[in-house]
Design a protein around this ligand. Structure first.
Ligand code: LLP
Length: 431
């Protein structure tokens, strides 16, 4: 069910390369990306808008996976880029990403972040709160520059996803509230500003979403406000940014999704609403992260110790865990996996994959059907390309794994494995 093949030796292949040989060459845990798949994911979004002949911008939400190589691929694909921090912006600059195609997000942007955005002439800041309007305006004035700005609003829509990755509901830390007049106040503060070029609204309702109806509902909420604002202030937006959040397939429980009809439905809705307001169609921006990087990445681990509790469970431990994939312990996220060196073997029984952190919650997969497992087998976990490396951490002083890109039958190390020297780099002696 996953888009990878098995070679003659019965090994899992990614991008035409034997994953078992990659594990040998680079060690494990190892993140491996199929670059062609990343490119195809970008093109699916961009081409859908192109086919519909709709002015649109597709920005990659770099929080899903940010590294210089990844952002270079995004640059090659002509994508726009969403960054949420100085670190993500810094990475984009290091990757030589065109700054006018970068959009800055964040619910608590520092002065330094805003300065960095202005100094580098990035394309747009998505303003999140009243303090920020003040900061952006006064900094722009100091620099005597103008900048495009969108206003992030919370439309009051609950998305059907894990509570931790919902963002559009009323009680959210993000954005201006659309229902209680906050967004309107913000509009009035920005609409005629000489430095802030106010371009329109942004909303992101959450992540790993499969139902179009939530996006449609959010769009309707935006248009309810726009209708009022048109009547009262003759305000018409140039841009509507509908965020990211497109779900991907992690396990067979996830509905397979084709983004083209999803986007089409959304565009038709915006068209319909714009027509009913008698305004011209705003440019549509979207910000997929997971849908670009998620299914293109796998993680390879080496199987270590095994513990059988007869009649209860088989624990199989791997050489990584919540340090390289926090999602199962943080969101109870589910994954599928195979033994990369026995990809053509028949499944024997259900086992549970344990991480090696000192934490009972460090379980990567519960009840995974696998063939007979031996020590040193290589486990390949699918769809770890988004929010895997980007949420990796040093718990138990683990070093972060390496990242390898594979394309056209060639593999290339794009993030080197950390050493323990890296891990202790900032420690200072107290003796
Ligand atoms: N735009 C905005 C404003 C966002 O806040 C996000 C995600 C995205 C775009 C991209 O969403 P995506 O297309 O990747 O779903 N760590 C969590 C996901 C947190 C997402 C936060 N914001 C996870 O691993 O599921």
């Amino acid at each position: 069910n996953h888009p990878f093949t098995v070679n003659k030796q019965g090994h899992l292949e990614i991008g035409g390369i034997d994953s078992v040989s990659l594990a040998k060459k680079y060690g494990t845990p190892l993140y491996v990306y199929d670059v062609q798949m990343i490119r195809n994911n970008c093109r699916a979004f961009v081409n859908t808008f192109k086919k519909m002949d709709i002015p649109a911008k597709v920005a990659y939400a770099s929080k899903a996976f940010s590294s210089i190589a990844m952002l270079q691929v995004m640059k090659q694909e002509g994508m726009y880029l969403d960054v949420v921090s100085e670190g993500e912006l810094y990475t984009a600059l290091q990757a030589g990403f065109p700054t006018e195609k970068i959009h800055l997000h964040g619910n608590n942007k520092s002065i330094a972040e805003i300065r960095m955005a202005i100094e580098n002439n990035i394309g747009c800041i998505v303003v999140d709160n009243f303090q920020e309007i003040q900061h952006i305006r006064s900094l722009l004035k100091d620099y005597n520059k103008q900048m495009d700005v969108l206003m992030r609003v919370t439309p009051g829509v609950e998305s059907k996803t894990h509570q931790y990755i919902m963002t559009g509901h009323e009680d959210s830390k993000f954005g201006f509230n659309l229902q209680n007049g906050q967004a309107e106040d913000a509009l009035l503060k920005m609409i005629d500003d000489p430095y802030i070029c106010f371009q329109g609204l942004h909303c992101h309702i959450g992540s790993q979403i499969f139902e179009t109806d939530r996006f449609i509902l959010a769009t309707n909420m935006l248009f309810q406000a726009l209708k009022m604002w048109k009547q009262q202030y003759n305000y018409v937006p140039n841009v509507l940014n509908l965020g990211g959040g497109y779900g991907i397939r992690y396990t067979k429980e996830d509905a397979p999704i084709s983004y083209a009809p999803f986007i089409e439905e959304l565009v038709y809705e915006v068209q319909k609403q714009a027509e009913s307001l008698a305004i011209s169609m705003p440019e549509i921006w979207i910000e997929p992260g997971r849908a670009i990087a998620g299914n293109a990445g796998i993680t390879l681990y080496t199987i270590g110790s095994m513990k059988e509790i007869p009649g209860i469970r088989n624990y199989i431990a791997v050489d990584g865990g919540m340090t390289d994939n926090l999602r199962p312990s943080l969101y109870q996220a589910k994954y599928e996996a195979v033994l990369a060196n026995k990809a053509d073997w028949l499944v024997e029984k259900n086992v549970s994959i344990a991480g090696k952190c000192c934490e009972s919650g460090d379980m990567l997969i519960w009840d995974l059907p696998l063939p007979a497992v031996s020590q040193n087998d290589i486990l390949a976990v699918f769809s770890t390309g988004a929010y895997g490396y980007s949420m990796a951490n040093h718990y138990n002083r683990f070093a972060k794994p390496a990242v390898v890109f594979v394309e056209n039958g060639k593999d290339k190390l794009v993030v080197r494995r950390e050493t323990y020297k890296d891990v202790t780099r900032h420690d200072l002696s107290f003796e």
